[in-house]
Design a protein around this ligand. Structure first.
Ligand code: SAH
Length: 344
């Protein structure tokens, strides 16, 4: 059950040890409540700091015996008691894949890790706009510093490790999946080197989900039975162009806008047909999502106004999307026609 209460200025008594209750305290403070603390059941009698009649008692299950009499008295007095589990063990890092940017493409694992975090390091491609709703953790943008300098990878790793060693539950939130061009492997290695426990929550990668947002299936029966995901960060070698062109499956390119002219020319030299369908899907699942459909021979001109973040798709599967879109377009047209006939 999830309830939303207006707690602004309300007195909330949070019971439970410092460690177990730290996230509950942060959450109630963030909601504007006046938070009072009771860290041991023994403090229940005679502590002048406690409110006479709190609006709510949040009882964190910290494993200490002896809370029950106090909670029973509160209930008998008609004070609502909300119980919640203790915050998990601290001092570890969770690398979380945040998906392509849509809240409903976050995994349950991602939501749970965010909820349990003390500090979240996120960057530009992560679904950061929603973070304040999902966690009471401190939010640190490592995509850029106040002075607009990018935080280096080494700095990010040090920040994560230091925060975990200081006893925090650290979430490193990344766009898509942490292990797809996400430097997740390096961040795991940095934690392991520092002796910090680390785990990875996989995410929905943009390599599959962004084409899907444009109606493009990366595989389709009798059209393409494989897909290759390539980084366009740096131009490919001639050998790589030849191998890619020879595979005959779908090619998905991330970070590929800057090197698109070299890729298109390289695939042409490797013998790929100029009428091979291509699509550029920009800003998947975000405001301004846009799909540009063309073919290998014309894509450079057709995509001249395109910018990152974008996913390129090369292959016959692009036609599947076109056919579906035309179908959907035709259906919408028939709907409009039927509506206008009914009105007439
Ligand atoms: N780990 C990420 C990829 C990081 S590389 C993942 O699994 O999705 C960054 C590239 O991902 C961008 O340059 C772009 O090519 C792609 N990308 C990520 N999110 C995107 C989005 N919402 N729309 C379009 N492209 C996206």
């Amino acid at each position: 059950m999830q309830l939303t209460l207006d707690l602004e200025g309300r007195e909330v008594l949070v019971t439970g040890s410092e460690h177990a209750a730290r996230q509950a305290v942060r959450r109630f403070e963030a909601a504007g409540a006046v938070v009072y603390r009771l860290t041991t059941p023994r403090g229940a009698d005679g502590d002048g700091q406690l409110p006479e009649r709190p609006f709510l008692v949040a009882a964190v299950d910290d494993g200490q015996p002896g809370w029950e009499p106090l909670l029973r008295r509160c209930r008998e007095a008609g004070i609502p008691v909300a119980t919640e589990p203790a915050a998990g063990p601290a001092g570890h890092v969770t690398l979380v894949g945040g998906g392509p940017g849509a809240l409903d493409l976050l995994t349950v694992g991602a939501i749970n890790a965010l909820r349990d975090a003390d500090v979240v390091f996120y960057d530009r491609l992560a679904p950061y706009q929603e973070l304040a709703r999902l966690t009471s953790a401190e939010l640190v943008d490592v995509g850029k510093r106040p002075g607009h300098h990018k935080v280096t990878q080494r700095d990010i790793e040090k920040l994560m490790v230091d925060a975990a060693l200081a006893g925090n539950n650290v979430v490193r939130l990344k766009g898509g999946d942490p292990y797809v061009f996400g430097r997740g492997g390096e961040e795991v290695a940095a934690c392991v080197d520092a002796g910090v426990p680390v785990r990875v929550v996989s995410g929905v990668t943009s390599a599959i989900s962004v084409p899907a947002a444009a109606g493009i299936p990366v595989t389709h029966r009798e059209v393409s039975h494989m897909f290759t995901v390539v980084s366009g960060h740096a131009p490919l070698t001639e050998d790589e162009h030849t191998h890619l062109a020879g595979l005959g499956g779908t090619i998905v390119v991330l970070m590929g806008i800057g090197t698109l002219p070299q890729l298109a020319a390289g695939l042409r030299r490797a013998g790929m047909r100029p009428d091979m369908p291509m699509a550029v899907v920009e800003r998947g699942y975000r405001p301004g999502q846009r799909t540009t459909i063309s073919d290998l021979g014309n894509i450079v001109t057709a995509s001249s106004g395109c910018s990152n973040p974008a996913v390129l798709v090369i292959g016959e599967v692009v036609r599947v999307a076109e056919a579906n879109l035309n179908h959907a377009g035709a259906a919408a047209h028939l709907d409009r026609l039927a509506a206008s006939l009914l009105e007439a």
